[in-house]
Structure formats: structure tokens, C-alpha cells
Design a protein around this ligand. Sequence first.
Ligand code: DPP
Ligand code: ZN
Length: 874
Amino acid sequence: PQPIYLSDYRPPAYRVTRTELTFDLDPAATRVKARLHVERHPEHEAGVPLELDGEQLNLKAIAIDGQALGEDEYAVGEAGMVVHRVPQAFLLDTEVEVAPDANTALSGLYRSSGMYCTQCEAEGFRRITFYPDRPDVMATFSTTVIGDAATLPVLLSNGNPVERGTLPGGRHFVTWEDPHPKPSYLFALVAGDLEKVEDRFTTMSGREVTLQIWVEEENLDKTDHAMASLQRAMAWDEQAYGREYDLDLFMIVAVNDFNMGAMENKGLNIFNSAAVLTHPHTATDAAFQRVEGIVAHEYFHNWSGNRVTCRDWFQLSLKEGFTVFRDQCFSADTNSAPVKRIEDVSFFRTAQFAEDAGPTAHPVRPDHYIEIGNFYTLTIYEKGAEIVRMLSNLVGEEAFRRGSDLYFSRFDGQAVTIEDFVDCMAEASGEDLGQFLRWYSQAGTPEIDAHGEYDYANAEYRLVLRQRTPATPGQAEKQALHIPVRLGLVGTKSGRDLPLTLDGEALGTDAVIHLREDEQEFLFTEVSEAPVPSLARGFSAPVKLNFPYGREDLAFLQAHDSDGFNRWDAGQRLALLALDDLIAAHRNGVEKVMDPRVVEAFRAVLAARIDDKAVLAQMLTLPSEAYIAEQQPLVDVDAIHAARTFVKQSLTMALRDDFLRLYEENRSEVPYAPEPEQIAARSLKNVALSYLMAIEDEAGLEFAQAQFAADHNMTDVRHALTLLVHGSRGDIADPALKAFGEKWAHDPLVMDQWFSLQVTRPQADVLDRVKFLMAHPAFSLKNPNRVRALIGAFANQNPVNFHRADGAGYRLLADTVIELNRLNPEIAARLITPLTRWARFDEARQELMKAELERIRAEELSPNVYEVVEKALA
Ligand code: DPP
Ligand code: ZN
């Protein structure tokens, strides 16, 4: 397979202004008739051949303006067709046959639990009909869906239903009309035996919109939260961005087999059932929050993605980065804002930093790819969102809003680029964003080395910042970025933020300085006492910021920083320093000794009476093994696990009474609700329980057992069961696990949790359990959620076992990738990720990991898997 380059972009020679589709549904032989209204672009000369994408299509008929084409007038290949000569404007009619049941890749038209559905982003529409399948071709669509009336009573597509009727042979049809021009990747069709929940929303201009969530009948009781989230999101987008919904009907459909989380098809969002269904007894608080965020995300795409879309797939972050930023702000407004930021940044610094440091590192706007399906990444989504957040902070909230208004009005109905977006922000604010644009083209995580000096005699603080971005594949040389650093100077005597004066200008006590050079010095004057700097507050830029903090400095910041995010981060940094020592001790076979300063810092946090319980829970949570690994020059999974376990146990022994108290104080019998206060209390209680279970003392075991048995809500049940299963008391854990598995055998989304919590068990026997569970009747390699819950969780969340010294964990993953490469290339390619990180491990493991990558490479590979494996072995 050959790469595609951004620099090769050319506008399409022909555009389609209107697309009329008729689907005659059949599991093995669905007929798709397409009538395209095509025009040559005025810039292109007469005689340019018409090129259409098309994969795995069985062409039955083709005609132009009603005249069937002769065989010498067109040519069909593996990737599409060429019609040699066409008029300036014409009607193209084609008819093809496709096989939904044979479609295990879940791209294009396929069947899931008997229901027909589609996934067209990025390039699935070409598996449905011959088409210029690129986002800069936008057409209005009319879609007629024909199916068996008894088994497929519900027939859906984009827009509004305009006609329905019955047909001979027990069949019926519905015709849908979507008046908004859209690219093919936003097309959707659903047909099945579904039930709906309906509600309404009145838009800011007073229009009534009907909202529907379509599910299988047994899931009707799991839609309340998604519906409420949708209504909140619609109101939020009006208030925060002035964006109103533009059709009379908005539909969400839950599908069991789905590669991604969800898809923003115009008026007909299709969701992975895991991203929409919730019930207190089946979904955890985290799942409730995830559903809220994803429902909002897909809804927000109606403007940032659909009304204004991407010119080409290199611009993917134009819609994704912006929309993730929008959903993050929405969730922050709806829940605990500081905790939302802490959670997002924790995840970002663990997973995106690792991506940026590995062989698949790429810029937020890549300049080439082999398979765009491989670029739905943390870099495009989350780093893209961090860039938009920086923009918003740089230009200020008001200018950002003016800029986004300008963007939506100027480009409505168009397919545009990242420059178009940034230009609007520059225009609205008057800022020069030229250097800032480098964030989009330069891969890798910038590091800032900072140091500072206080001059007592002159009352000055000199801060020096030096930036560098490590080389990434294909980008050896890096240029200086424009990095906004939000900071404060916290007085060591007063414990308060000191007034900031820079170059004679008073900046208040919390300010943003702009690092644009490789190295820059900032001299703060009138600094009345020695400060500890609090840098990159709120994670003001997606960088690694190194400052030579002593442990006392960190304990001080943890107690006094006015920025909640940096208070939390100071505690994390302090814990990481102690963990470093313990990792070294473990490796050297030296006795581990707990740093008393960490214990004291925890004691101080507990004594500080922080009233946001969700924040307190975060402050009491140690960095994850994955994040600790991210900080190490070479990852030693066993030492990390041992060190972190030791810290947890030491803290429990020192602070057991506090954890007991927290547990008792935050128990509650009130009926479950996914509300911020309840979620916060549960998280605090469950953090306390984790500590108590770290030493598996009587109280901890009793609480965990009782919490499991009380069966109050899935958050508590799952947490208790996980702690029991990850502990040493099989006599208690096994019966609980068995009971849970039997109780929920009918609910695949709960069984996913049952799989995950078993395969993340750190004990050495877990690989056999993984293999055993792969043969469980509830498991199937054909379902992406099952694969993620079992194989994905094992490979990504069980470092000590995945990285077993004998390589058995690697082998299992490679075997699975090889099988999935044939069934579902997109999922297969994503599953390889942990193997691509081989360079982070010792030599013996490196060899084992590379050998498995070589074994995969020897197969006949899909472009998806090929691209990832080639990069990993380059
Ligand atoms: N465009 C989709 C989303 O991120 C991808 N599945 O919402
Ligand atoms: Zn998205």
C-alpha cells in the first residue's frame, strides 16, 4: 500500500449536488441503486475522466442520462471505477449488490444483532455505492429504504421522513430527505426491530425538535440518561456557542457491534451501545459520565463537523479537536470542573504522551497516511483539543466566541482547513497566530526545562524557560513553539500568590507568559518574599514541564497553591519522587523504606477538609502504573508494581483510621443518581476502600464483601468485586465472581466489565484466565467491545502480566491481531499499540516484542495493520 500526501490535495474534478439512493435490504444480497446529479467543476477542463471510489461492490448496471454504458466506456478496479468520457453535467445511475452479513469489518453496510446499520467515516461509503467518497463533495440526499415489514419494522436514514408505504411480498419502504448538503461520510441507514423513547426540545428560536433514542426492546429502561444528556447538550450549545439544531428530528440508535464510540451522522447518530445505554445496576458512574460526554460530543458535531466539515482527512482534527474541546467544557460545566480537568490531563499525559514518544507519533495534522482509519488517535482528538484550549486561552473567551461565530457563518455548508479555523481566531482577536500554527505540523511532546532564582536584595525572581521537542519519526529537526505558560509565584512566608510585575507591568497574581524562543528569561520585580513558582497551571499547554522542585516545595504547593490542578499535580510529583526511590530499591534488592514526607503530605490533605469530595478523591489517588512507567527512562513493570503497592500499603498502615472514617462517612443508602455530589462521595468512599483492601485487613474485606452483597449500584458492586478479585482471598472472590457472571450472563455490557476486572488481575496466573475467557460463550472476536474488554484490557491495563518475561502475553496479543486482521482490520490495527512500544523495555523484552511484530508482518496484511507494523519495526 502507498501513502497519500497532504501536498497532493486537488479539488475534485466533479461534484455531486444531489444523491438519490434506494436500498433493497437483504442479508446476503442488498441492492443499492444510486442516482447522482454530477457537474464538472468549472476549473477543470472538459474530458477529465470521472473517478469514483468503490470497494467490494458487485456492479449490476450503469447508465449516464438514462443511457446504459458499454463495457469500453468505463473500467472497474479494486478501489473504484473510472468513466472515461462524461458530459459537463449529467445523471449517473448505478446499481450494485453488497453483502451485509459478510461484512465483519463493520465499515459500510453491515448487520449487528439482526439490525442493518452503517458506518461511513472515514471511507465506508465506498463499500455501499460507487461515489466520490471524499469530504469535500457535499450533496443533498434522498434515501429510500426497502425491507421486510415483519422483521424490519423500523427504517431510518438522515433528515426527515417524507414518504412511506407498503410493497408486495410483505415489504415496506420509507423515504428520507436530508436538505443539508453533506459529505458521504455522514450518511447513515438503520433498519431493524427497534423500539424508541421519545422526548422534545424547544430551540432558542422556538422550534420544536423531536428527539428519539432507538434501542432493542430489552434496553428501553437504559435510555433516560442519554436523553437528559442530549437535552442538556442542546441547551449548552445554544448558550455557549449560539448554535441551534437545524432539523425537526434528532435520532440516536444503539448498536451492539461498533468499531468506535459513536458517529455523528446528520440527524441520525449511531452509537456503540456502550456509549449510550446506562442503568444504575449495569453502568458505573464513569460510564454515566462517558455517555453524557459522548452524546454531547456527537451532538456538537452537528455544527463543528457537519455544517462546517473537513476539506480532506488530513484536517480531521479540525472537527475532532474542536469538538472534544467543546465536550470537555460541557462536562466541566455539568460536573466538577477541576476533577474533569484532572481526569482529562491524567489520561492525556499517560496515553497521548506515550503515543507522541512512540513509532506512530504524528502531527495533529499529519502530512501523509496509508490508512486514515489509523488516525483516529489521541493526538488528533485530545492533543487537537489541547491546542484549541490554548487558542481559547490565548485570545480570551470573548474573542474565541467571536472567532467561532465567524468560523460558523463564513464556512457554513463548506469543507475547510485548519488554517481557516485559526484565521478566524486571529481575525477576531487581532493576535498573530503564525508561530502558533506549528502546533499542528510538529509531532512530539515539547519539554520545558525551567529554573528560577530569587534575589532577596533586589526583590526579583528570575525565571528561565528552555524548550525543546524531541525528534519523532520523519521529523528530526524541531522548531520553537509558541507556548502559553500560566503561572503564579506562591510566597513561602504568606502561602499566597504574590503580585506579578513583569517588565514594569502589573499582571495580577495569576498570569500567562508566552514562551516563543528556544530559551527565554522572565524577570519578575517587586517580589516581596521568596516564592515557589506554580507553573503551567491548569496544564496550560500539552508539554512536560521540568522544574527542580524539592520535596518540601511540592508539599508546600500541595498545601497552598491557589490553582486546584497544580495542587493536585504537586502531590503527584511528590509521590513520583518517592516512587522513583522505591523502584530503584526494588531493582537493587534493597529494603524499601517509605518516605515520611509523602505520609505527612497525605495526612495534611486529609486534614485540610477539602469540601469537593471528588477533588479529595483525586488528591488521595496515586499516579497509575502506566503514568509512573511514562516517567521512567526504561520501564520495569515489576518494580513499578511493587513500588506502588508498597506505597499504598504503607499509607494504609499509617492512615488506616482516616480511611475507615472516610469510608463510613461516605456510605449512603439513598437511591442512585448520576449526580456530581453522589458521584464524588462514591469515588471518595471507593478510594478509601482501595487503601483498606491494599492490606486486606478484616475491615477492608468486610466492607468489600458487604458492598458487593448490598448490590446498590454498579459503581459500588464493580469496585468491590474488582478489589476482591485482585486480592489474595480466592475463597471470597471466586463465589462472588461466579454469582456476578451468572446473574449478568444476558447483558453483554456487564459481561464486558466481568471480563475486564478478571484479566487486569495482577497475579501471575492470569494468562490462563484470559485464554479460558476467550472460549467463554459471551466472548466473540467479532465484537469490538468484547475484544477491548478482554484482550485490550489485558494488554493495556495489566502491565506485569502482559510483559511476562517469557513473552506469553505478547504471543497472545499477536495471535489475536493475526486473526482480527482478517475479520476487522481497524480493530486489529488499534490492538497492536502496546507491542509498538517495545523500545521502552529491557533488551530481552524488546527482542520478544519485535519477534511478535515480525510474525504479524509475515502475514498477508490489511493496509491498517501493515501501516502500524511497518512503523513499529522501522
Ligand atoms: N467522528 C466520530 C467521532 O469522533 C468518530 N467515530 O465522534
Ligand atoms: Zn468526534
